[in-house]
Design a binder for this molecule. Structure first.
Ligand SMILES: [Zn+2]
Length: 229
C-alpha cells in the first residue's frame, strides 16, 4: 500500500506556529452527498481552500464527491474508516482503520493523505507516535471548536469560528450538518475581515499544495515493510 512520506518530525499538533495570516478550515465526517457539494460551491465562490477529514467508508460510497474535492484544490485527509474511538483499539484494528482509509483515498483520487485526525480527538500519545513513525502521519487536532454538531445556529457557529481564529489556527467543523454549511459564508467573510485566509493543512504546514503537483514526493511504496510493527 502506498503511504505518505515526510512528516517533518511532527507527531501531534493542535495549531501551527506561523506569523503568516493563514488558518486551516477543516471539515470532518464526510463526504456527504448533499452538504459537501454545497460547501464546495461556497468555498469556490470565496476562493477559499479547506481540508476534508473524510471517513474511508464514505469515500468508497461517494467517490465522485471525493474527486471533486481534490479537483477544486482542497485536501483530503484521514479520519479513519468507520469513525471508532481509536484510543480503545488494539494495534491491529487501529492500523487497519488508518490503512484502509489511506488505500481508498489513494485508489479514488491518486494521492495519499499526509495527515490524520482521530474521531473525537481521541488517540493515545503512543498511538500518535506509532502513526508518525510507521505511517508518516502526524495527528492533527484543532485549536478552534465551534461545537457546530450541537447545532447552535449558523450565526453562532460563524462567530465562534472567527473569534477563536488567529494565525496558524486549525478550525474544526463538520460538513454533514446543513447549518454548518450555511455558517461558512459568514465565517469566511469574518476571517477575511480579520485579515485571515483559509488554506489547506499542507499549505498551513508549509508543505505546499497537496495533490497533483506534490504526488511524486508524497508517495512511497511499501515503506512499512522496512518498519514492521
Ligand atoms: Zn469525526
Amino acid at each position: 500500500m502506498p503511504v505518505a512520506s515526510g512528516n517533518h518530525g511532527l507527531v501531534h499538533l493542535n495549531r501551527v506556529e506561523t506569523a503568516r495570516p493563514l488558518v486551516a478550515l477543516t471539515f470532518d465526517d464526510g463526504p456527504h452527498p448533499v452538504h459537501t457539494p454545497r460547501l464546495l460551491d461556497i468555498l469556490a465562490e470565496h476562493r477559499a481552500r479547506a481540508t476534508f477529514y473524510v471517513i474511508g467508508a464514505l469515500v468508497r460510497r461517494y467517490p465522485e464527491i471525493a474527486q471533486r474535492i481534490v479537483a477544486e484544490g482542497h485536501e483530503l485527509a484521514n479520519h479513519t474508516w468507520s469513525h471508532p474511538t481509536l484510543s480503545r483499539l488494539g494495534n491491529a484494528r487501529f492500523l487497519s482503520e488508518i490503512d484502509r482509509t489511506q488505500e481508498i483515498i489513494y485508489q479514488t483520487v491518486g494521492y495519499v493523505p499526509v495527515t490524520m485526525r482521530p474521531p473525537y480527538g481521541a488517540i493515545t500519545m503512543r498511538q500518535s507516535r506509532m502513526l508518525a513513525q510507521e505511517r508518516n502521519l502526524p495527528t492533527i487536532i484543532w485549536s478552534v471548536d465551534p461545537q457546530d454538531w450541537r447545532r447552535p445556529g449558523p450565526s453562532v457557529v460563524a462567530r465562534r469560528m472567527v473569534s477563536g481564529a488567529q494565525p496558524g489556527a486549525i478550525i474544526l467543523a463538520h460538513d454533514i450538518h446543513a447549518p454548518t454549511v450555511r455558517a461558512i459564508p459568514e465565517a469566511l467573510n469574518g476571517l477575511y475581515g480579520r485579515g485571515l485566509r483559509s488554506v489547506t493543512m499542507s499549505e498551513l504546514l508549509g508543505w505546499g499544495q497537496w495533490g497533483p503537483r506534490r504526488r511524486p514526493s508524497r508517495v512511497a511504496r511499501n515503506p512499512e515493510l522496512r518498519h514492521p510493527i
